[in-house]
Design a protein around this ligand. Structure first.
Ligand code: SAH
Ligand code: SF4
Ligand code: F3S
Length: 494
């Protein structure tokens, strides 16, 4: 997005401004002086590499972080042998943490070969005091540690590290601040995530996200619409609106704005072809939202609606605020209003106290709701959450057997459901070159299913008509129907 502030014309202020984003623009400029010196010394531009763990929020944060690094004069590196390596971490399950510790050992050996290398860690894991303590003590080769609330300060922290030459740690417990208008960098030129809110107030009893992402804060609709307009001007045709529970968007704004109202405003943006969102919560998915979706040409025919468990008893212990019956009624209502919608979900197996009967209830919902796909997770005990202190932790071998049964059920259903559009012509957003077949492209249907088809690179970023020749379970093999087609506003983007 927007480039550096033009200090050449205005002159660099002698002290860092207090206001944001001016303060960060000042530090980006300061970091440019460092990258310039690096170039003069070594005859090459320093490279930066970000490894993202976790969800779409983190992926989007990483794009913002890379935007700052590029503005600061780094070039994009393609691996951990880069001069600046940043891990944007996730802590939703314990195995995500273990992966980070494992890779940090490897970074230590790389740093020995390249002493100018800088290593930084940010994201959800850094919001946990015991993690920072362990890093401070046993991972002295880490240069910068920051959390989820101050990612916009990367340039300032990097500059501080260069000045102080010792480990810089800056983790905030919470924030009310939302800093707009810093540079961003997109992985795909034609699609982008857009934060509509931060944090979560739901406190599902197993989940650490509310502790590491803080309280819910919504961005003003005008700021969101302005950002998307800029993105469209810059070639974006698809946006993914991001929040931990998008249905509670706007409740704390004055005046309040519902998520459905926000969607209507975003729909009105000329040139935008597809709108996705992630994640809605079943407990407050409104009729207004279903109505707006059903009438829309641009809102995609896909809803990721996390179930977590099919047992009303377990759902209560999870603090999810809906029952099995309410969830099933919701899926039926969605299918009635939007017959071609694809439903996907998240399910946790082995929550404390889960019995065989509870698990059977989950299988029952899976059979009735017929999800296009489901992410299945083994319950992971997270320190500090309510569930961590609950009785009846389920033995590992029992959980593993249930997990395998669930996976089998999910996959069998999904293979049947996903192929339902075979032998029809559908609109596909061509996204990238096929990694397996030369001269082929990979794209997505409105309902998020992947399609492979023969086509030239010039089609990437455009919506084309593709005949779905064959279903291969989770994806289609197709063929291009016509040359590049512009989708007009009144055409249904199916
Ligand atoms: N805000 C979203 C997703 C949050 S995390 C929502 O409410 O659905 C993504 C998924 O990770 C969750 O849907 C849940 O299925 C899973 N998850 C969260 N905490 C977990 C834990 N402690 N153990 C296992 N899976 C977990
Ligand atoms: Fe976690 Fe629940 Fe919030 Fe999702 S809604 S982030 S599962 S607490
Ligand atoms: Fe992980 Fe943080 Fe997302 S804990 S799932 S990266 S909000």
């Amino acid at each position: 997005m927007n480039a550096r502030k033009d200090f050449d014309r205005t002159g660099m202020p002698s002290e860092a401004p207090q206001d944001e984003p001016a303060r960060q623009q000042y530090f980006i400029e300061k970091c440019r002086q460092y990258t310039k010196r690096f170039f003069e010394k070594k005859g090459r531009v320093p490279t930066a590499f970000i490894q993202t763990f976790g969800c779409q929020m983190n992926a989007h944060d990483s794009e913002r972080l890379m935007g700052v690094l590029l503005a600061a004069g780094f070039a994009r590196g393609d691996g951990e042998d880069s001069d600046f390596v940043l891990y944007n971490t996730c802590t939703v399950r314990e195995n995500a943490n273990q992966r980070v510790y494992g890779r940090l050992g490897h970074l230590n050996s790389l740093k020995k070969k390249n002493p100018d290398m800088l290593i930084a860690l940010c994201g959800c894991m850094m919001q946990e005091p015991h993690v920072v303590e362990r890093l401070r003590k046993s991972y002295r080769h880490v240069d910068i540690i920051f959390g989820t609330h101050n990612i916009y300060k990367l340039a300032e922290l990097l500059y501080r590290r260069m000045e102080e030459r010792s480990m810089v740690i800056d983790v905030w417990e919470n924030t009310g601040e939302i800093v707009e208008a810093l540079p961003g960098d997109r992985k795909f030129p034609f699609k982008s995530g857009v934060n509509i809110m931060f944090g979560c107030n739901n406190f599902c009893s197993y989940c650490i996200v509310p502790y590491v992402r803080g309280r819910e804060r919504s961005r003003a609709p005008d700021d969101i619409v302005r950002e998307i307009r800029e993105l469209v001007k810059d070639g974006v045709v698809e946006v993914m609106l991001l929040g931990q529970n998008v249905n509670s968007y706007g409740k704390t704004l004055t005046p309040p704005v519902s998520f459905a109202e926000l969607l209507k405003r975003v729909e009105g943006i000329e040139g935008l072809k597809r709108i996705r969102f992630m994640t809605p919560h079943p407990k407050d998915l409104s009729d207004e939202l279903i109505e707006v979706m059903s009438r829309s040409d641009t809102i995609c025919r896909h809803m990721h609606l996390p179930l977590q468990s099919g047992s009303s008893r377990i759902l209560k212990k999870m603090n999810r605020n809906y029952t099995k019956e309410q969830y099933l009624a919701l899926t039926e209502k969605l299918r009635r209003a939007i017959p071609d919608i694809s439903l996907t979900t998240d399910i946790i197996v082995g929550f404390p106290g889960e019995t065989e009967e509870d698990f059977e209830e989950t299988l029952d919902v899976v059979r009735k709701a017929r999800f296009d796909s489901a992410f299945t997770f083994i319950y992971s005990r997270r320190t500090g959450t309510a569930a961590a202190a609950m009785d009846g932790q389920v033995p590992d071998d029992v959980v593993k057997r249930r997990f395998d049964r669930l996976l089998k059920e999910v996959q069998e259903i999904s293979a049947g459901v996903c192929g339902r559009d075979v032998h029809t012509v559908r609109k596909v957003l061509a996204e990238e070159r096929d990694s397996h077949l030369d001269g082929w492209l990979t794209g997505r249907l409105s309902n998020n299913t992947i399609v492979h088809f023969a086509g030239g690179q010039e089609l990437i970023g455009t919506i084309v008509d593709v005949y779905l020749e064959e279903s291969r379970g989770f994806y289609y093999m197709g063929s291009l129907r016509e040359n590049k087609m512009e989708v007009t506003d009144h055409e249904k983007a199916l």
